[in-house]
Each structure stands twice: as C-alpha cells, then as structure tokens.
Design a protein around this ligand. Structure first.
Ligand SMILES: [Zn+2]
Length: 209
C-alpha cells in the first residue's frame, strides 16, 4: 500500500491511497461527458458555469491517486485545450476535489500539460495587474491584481511531490486555479460595482443562449 505526505494545512496529513475513487467523488457528482469526443477519442467534459453552486464549494483533498483519476485528468486536459483555455480546476467539471490541470508551456507557446494534485502555494513579489478570463465565465474579461511570484507544491499522477516556481502569466494562471479550489472566482477580486456589471453581462449572455 502506498502512502505519502501532503501539506494541506498546518499539520501534515497522511495520504491514504487505498480508498476508492468513489469515496471522494460520489456517483451523483461524477463529471458529465457532453457528447463530443475529440480527435484523440478523449471525452470532452461539461464545464460548469460561474453561477453553479459547485463553483462555490471548497475542494476536498484527493485521497486516491489512481488510474481513474489519470483518465479523468486526461479528459480534463483535452477539455481545456478544446475550450480553449490554459487551466481547468476540478470544481469546473463538477468535482469539488483538490486538483487542477494547467498548461505550463503557455508562455513558450509549447504545450506542456500537467496535473497538480492536492496543491499548496506560497505567494511573493509585487502586485501586478493583468487581464483574466475563465472557462466558467466565457467571454467575460477583467483586470485583476495578483502576486507576481508563486511557489506551487503538490503531487503528480505518479504520486511524486512536485514543486513549480512561476512568474508572469503562469503565476497568474496558477493563482486563478488555486482560487477555484478555494471556491472563489476571479471576479471576487474586483470591487462590488465592477463585479455586478460583469455578473449582469454574464447572466444576460446565459439567457440569450
Ligand atoms: Zn477559471
């Protein structure tokens, strides 16, 4: 039986890889395949929109890193590129669990998709302003201030610890995905007036669909 440590809070916790996928993701919250398959025959998953309550749930730690999670995250990567986007958190496909996929090659315009499980981050540097969008809030963009530097730690699908230091747009993207796992959205960083304008715009877009 495999086990490992994670720094999810002040106290280290022992990861229990022996529990099954279903103990974290009950059947009713399994991701939905939205009918389409990509050219690689990967399933494209439904991306939940910003007003769905699932986007407000705090992610629970992943206890079981197994083949089912590997398959699911492969579908998430496919869904992310199809959208197209550079990151996709588990809440966005209907699972309040602590993992996301991200393209680490976004600044080099070379694909480098990664799966980050049970992540933690440390922020530093200056506050930088930059434009952001979100796959759960299509066609809505706003300027958000973020820390310029991030140190991200977590696990990969092989249960190896990973550590990534990032700046620039990648740092912004990581902070955006971490926010999803915390049940927040990028427009929560804005003032009430600005956020309400964007929400109204988004609700109208949903109505007009
Ligand atoms: Zn997002």
């Amino acid at each position: 039986m495999l086990s490992g440590h994670c720094d999810l809070d002040e106290n280290n916790c022992l990861l229990d890889f022996s529990s099954t996928f279903e103990t974290i993701f009950n059947r009713s919250s399994k991701p939905q395949i939205r009918g389409g398959f990509s050219i690689d025959n990967m399933a494209l998953l439904t991306i939940y929109h910003a007003l769905d309550p699932i986007l407000r749930k705090k992610a629970k730690p992943v206890k079981n890193i197994d083949g089912e999670l590997a398959d699911l995250t492969q579908d998430m990567i496919e869904t992310m590129y199809d959208a197209p986007g550079v990151g996709l958190a588990a809440n966005q496909i209907g699972l309040p669990a602590s993992f996301f996929v991200i393209d680490l090659g976004i600044e080099k315009e070379k694909r480098d998709p990664r799966v980050i499980i049970n992540p933690t981050m440390v922020l530093s540097g200056e506050m930088e302003d930059g434009e952001e969008g979100c796959l759960s809030i299509p066609d809505v963009f706003a300027h958000v201030k973020r820390y310029s530097l991030v140190e991200l730690k977590g696990y990969d699908l092989n249960q190896n610890e990973i550590r990534i230091e990032a700046d620039g747009f990648l740092s912004r993207a990581i902070q955006h995905e971490m926010e999803h796992l915390n049940g927040s959205l990028f427009w929560d960083n804005l003032g009430v007036a600005k956020r309400d304008i964007l929400k109204r715009k988004f609700k109208k877009k949903l109505r007009d669909k």
